[in-house]
Design a protein around this ligand. Structure first.
Ligand code: NI
Length: 181
């Protein structure tokens, strides 16, 4: 397993629609392993392939919140939403590509998802609560959409400029580190 660097918004790779996976092979299984390790390390409850610069329709999630509970990693390949509830839910969302910024987003409370698992088997399951929010948030990533796209333009601009500042600071710190060795 390899921890992969997570891209920070704004980055053109986070705005692109991703390509469907054509074959669930060893390369995809390695990608999923790396993504789960990277997500747990961050830590986060979900991570989509474009967030590590891979423009393929894959995401991972684990929304188990209880401490000491067994992990429940889910890997979705070529996921689709096949049904959404009329009832909505408001959740304060965050994103590993937009660190330490949170905002309320309204989405359907329940969704039915269809996807390929790591064996290439077609699966379908209904999710609610954080699992439903997370699967919709991650699926959005595969279409080049971020949770801040649901916010008003002022709020979105404010968060984006904070992220530009963060990226400048990180680039500078990185340059110093390389310079001192
Ligand atoms: Ni995200």
């Amino acid at each position: 397993m390899t921890l992969r660097p997570i891209l920070i918004h704004p980055d053109p790779r986070l705005k692109k629609p991703c390509d469907p996976v054509t074959e669930v092979n060893a390369e995809i299984r390695k990608l999923a392993d790396d993504m789960l390790a990277t997500m747990y390390d961050a830590p986060g409850v979900g991570l989509a392939a474009p967030q590590i610069g891979v423009l393929q329709r894959v995401f991972v999630m684990d929304c188990v919140k209880e401490e000491n509970a067994a992990p429940d990693p889910v890997v979705m390949i070529n996921p689709e939403i096949t049904w959404t509830s009329d009832e909505t839910n408001v959740y304060e969302e965050g994103c590993l590509s937009i660190p330490e910024q949170y905002a309320e987003v309204t989405r359907p409370k329940e969704v039915r998802m269809r996807w390929l698992d790591l064996d290439g088997t077609l699966r379908e399951e209904q999710f609610d609560g954080l699992w439903a929010t997370c699967s919709q948030h991650e699926l959005d990533h595969l279409d080049g959409k971020l949770f801040i796209d649901y916010l008003g333009p002022m709020k979105r601009k404010m968060i984006t400029s904070k992220m530009q500042k963060l990226k400048r600071e990180r680039a500078r710190d990185g340059a110093y580190k390389h310079g001192s060795n």
